[in-house]
Design a protein around this ligand. Structure first.
Ligand SMILES: Nc1ncnc2c1ncn2[C@@H]1O[C@H](COP(=O)(O)OP(=O)(O)OP(=O)(O)O)[C@@H](O)[C@H]1O
Ligand SMILES: [Mg+2]
Length: 256
C-alpha cells in the first residue's frame, strides 16, 4: 500500500492488550447491570407497597374494574421484581473469580437432585445418572447452579401427555484434556434455529402460561461454563428431546 500523509495507522494491538481491554469493559458492564438492577429494586418496592396500601385502605370504595387494574399492576410489579432478581443473579456469576477446588460431581449432583425434589415431583420427571461422574477442579457452587438449571429445564419442557426422562452422563476426552458432561431429556425439543438464542438473557421460546420461567437459566449456565474456560451447546430437534453438552477443559489447559 502506498504511504499516505496524516495519522499513521495505529500499531496492531497485542492479544494481551485486547484481552485486558475486554476484561475492563466486562467489569464495567458487570457493575452497570448490578447497580441498575440493585437500584431499581427500591423504587419498585415502593410501587408495590403503595399498590398494596391502595388495595387494603380503599379496596371497598373501588369498583370491580379498578380492583382488576390494581391486580394487573401488582402482577406487573411482581414480574419486574423477578426479572431484576434474575439480572442480579446473572451479574453475580461474573463477579468474583470462580473459587476452584477439587469437586466431586456425583456429590454436587446429589445435592442438586435433593433441592430439585419438589420440581421433579411436580413434573413427574425421572433422572438417571450414567456411570460415575468425575472429580473436577471447579467452583462447587457454580457447578451446582449449572446442573440445577439444566436438570430443571430437562424436567420442565415436557409434552403434556407424559413426563420426561432425564439422563446425566460424562465422558472423558483425553485428547482435548477435557471432560464432557451431558444433560439429556426426551422432551419437546428445540428448533435448531434457536440453538444460540436460548443462551441469551431473557430469551424464551415459550409463553409463561405454557411453561413458567423468566429465561435467565441458560444465560447463567453459559456464563458459568465460559468462566471455567469451557463451552456449552445444545443438540436438539423439535419433538425429539434435547441434549446439552458442557465441555470443561482441565485447569492447566483452561488457563492458557
Ligand atoms: N430442555 C429443554 N427442552 C426444550 N426447550 C428448552 C430446554 N431448555 C431450555 N429450553 C428453551 O430455552 C428457553 C431458555 O431457557 P432458560 O432456562 O434460560 O429459561 P426458562 O427455563 O424459561 O426460565 P428460568 O430458567 O429463568 O426459570 C426456555 O424458555 C425454553 O424455551
Ligand atoms: Mg430454565
Amino acid at each position: 500500500m502506498p504511504e499516505s500523509a496524516g495519522t499513521p495507522p495505529p500499531e496492531p494491538e497485542s492479544i494481551e492488550g485486547l484481552r485486558d481491554r475486554i476484561a475492563v469493559l466486562e467489569a464495567d458492564l458487570q457493575e452497570l447491570v448490578y447497580v441498575a438492577s440493585h437500584d431499581l429494586t427500591e423504587p419498585l418496592r415502593m410501587v408495590t407497597s403503595y399498590l398494596g396500601l391502595l388495595q387494603r385502605r380503599y379496596g371497598d370504595q373501588l369498583d370491580e374494574t379498578a380492583g382488576e387494574f390494581i391486580h394487573y399492576a401488582v402482577d406487573g410489579a411482581d414480574r419486574m421484581r423477578a426479572l431484576l432478581d434474575d439480572l442480579l443473579r446473572y451479574s453475580r456469576v461474573g463477579g468474583d473469580e470462580p473459587v476452584r477446588s477439587p469437586v466431586d460431581v456425583d456429590e454436587v449432583l446429589g445435592a442438586v437432585l435433593r433441592s430439585l425434589e419438589p420440581a421433579l415431583a411436580d413434573t413427574g420427571a425421572s433422572v438417571e445418572v450414567i456411570g460415575p461422574l468425575p472429580r473436577l477442579d471447579a467452583d462447587e457452587v457454580q457447578l451446582g447452579q449449572l446442573l440445577q438449571n439444566l436438570i430443571a429445564n430437562a424436567a420442565k419442557f415436557r409434552p403434556p401427555e407424559r413426563p420426561n426422562r432425564v439422563t446425566v452422563a460424562s465422558v472423558r476426552d483425553q485428547e482435548a484434556r477435557a471432560w464432557r458432561l451431558t444433560v439429556a431429556d426426551d422432551g419437546i425439543g428445540i428448533d435448531p434455529k434457536h440453538r444460540e438464542r436460548i443462551f441469551q438473557v431473557f430469551q424464551r421460546l415459550h409463553a409463561r402460561e405454557e411453561f413458567p420461567g423468566t429465561g435467565i437459566g441458560l444465560a447463567v449456565c453459559r456464563r458459568i461454563v465460559e468462566r471455567m474456560g469451557g463451552a456449552i451447546s445444545v443438540e436438539s430437534e423439535l419433538g425429539r428431546g434435547s441434549t446439552f453438552h458442557i465441555v470443561l477443559p482441565d485447569v492447566e489447559s483452561a488457563a492458557v
